[in-house]
Design a protein around this ligand. Structure first.
Ligand code: C5P
Length: 236
């Protein structure tokens, strides 16, 4: 079995897509007890945001470091060791065989979970052809998802649409983490394939990643509470 989140609140991951540590700290203070899990991606990480990982962990929050690592095996393994020591709970790597094996070696027996990114959701079949791949998106997603299971990766990041199919393909222990979530009526922004929280849970998502619908709300805490309530009422 995967390390299933205990409560509806633990299944919401709020993406701190903000320009700096000060803005992130202000948002974390506003969200208070409403959010227990945060994601730090490129924008905040490269503005000093990785220093927040141990601080949030000390305050009892979980942190998803979304750096989508990909390099030679030794570099990936040593980088993952450092991220594991920082107290992070989730880390993304691109779902290439060497990279996933190195990441699993680097996390060792620590509490860090490695998530594979199969094919970036901004890629379609034509983008893959241009990049030199013979397989289309769905075949490559499936092949990499199977490989991730075999290698011992802990979960996958996928779209809501992919979640239902992947749930039947990968080991039950694998966590499915789904971005592109929009509560009914929220602006979609640049996300093309969106699902409501309830739809994503019904499709088999274990965790939902949400940034703009929370960060951009007039009352971010109320927006987070509403998503948690929708998760709690959803049927898997
Ligand atoms: O603002 P929004 O809710 O669309 O943000 C979604 C978050 O999830 C962003 O941090 C984005 O980088 C991330 N993400 C995504 N699609 C993926 C992987 C990650 O939107 N396939």
């Amino acid at each position: 079995m995967n390390d299933s989140p205990a409560t509806a609140r633990d299944r919401l991951i709020v993406g701190l897509d903000l320009p700096g540590v000060e803005a992130a700290e202000a948002m974390i203070a506003r969200l208070g007890d409403s959010v227990s899990f945060y994601k730090i991606g490129y924008q905040l990480a490269y503005a000093g945001g990785l220093a927040l990982v141990p601080k949030l962990a000390e305050r009892g929050k979980k942190v998803f470091v979304d750096l989508k690592l990909h390099d030679i095996g030794n570099t990936v393994a040593r980088g993952v060791e450092s991220i594991a020591r920082s107290g992070a709970s989730f880390l993304t790597v691109h779902a290439y065989p060497q990279t996933m094996r190195a990441a699993v070696e680097g996390r060792g027996g620590t509490a860090l979970k490695i998530l594979g990114v199969t094919v970036l959701t901004s890629y379609d079949d034509a983008d893959l052809r241009e990049a030199g791949y013979a397989l289309g998106v769905s075949a490559l997603v499936e092949a990499r998802a199977r490989l991730a299971t075999t290698i011992g990766v802990d979960g996958l990041v996928c779209s809501g649409e992919e979640a239902a199919r992947l749930r039947t393909l990968v080991a039950p222990r694998m966590a499915l983490v789904v971005p592109g979530i929009r509560p009914a009526g929220a602006a979609t922004g640049d996300q093309k394939r969106v699902m409501t929280p309830a739809q994503a849970i019904a499709a088999g998502a274990d965790y939902l990643v949400v940034a703009r619908p929370v960060l951009g709300a007039a009352d971010p805490k109320a927006a987070a509470d509403a998503i948690v309530a929708e998760i709690a009422a959803a049927r898997p």
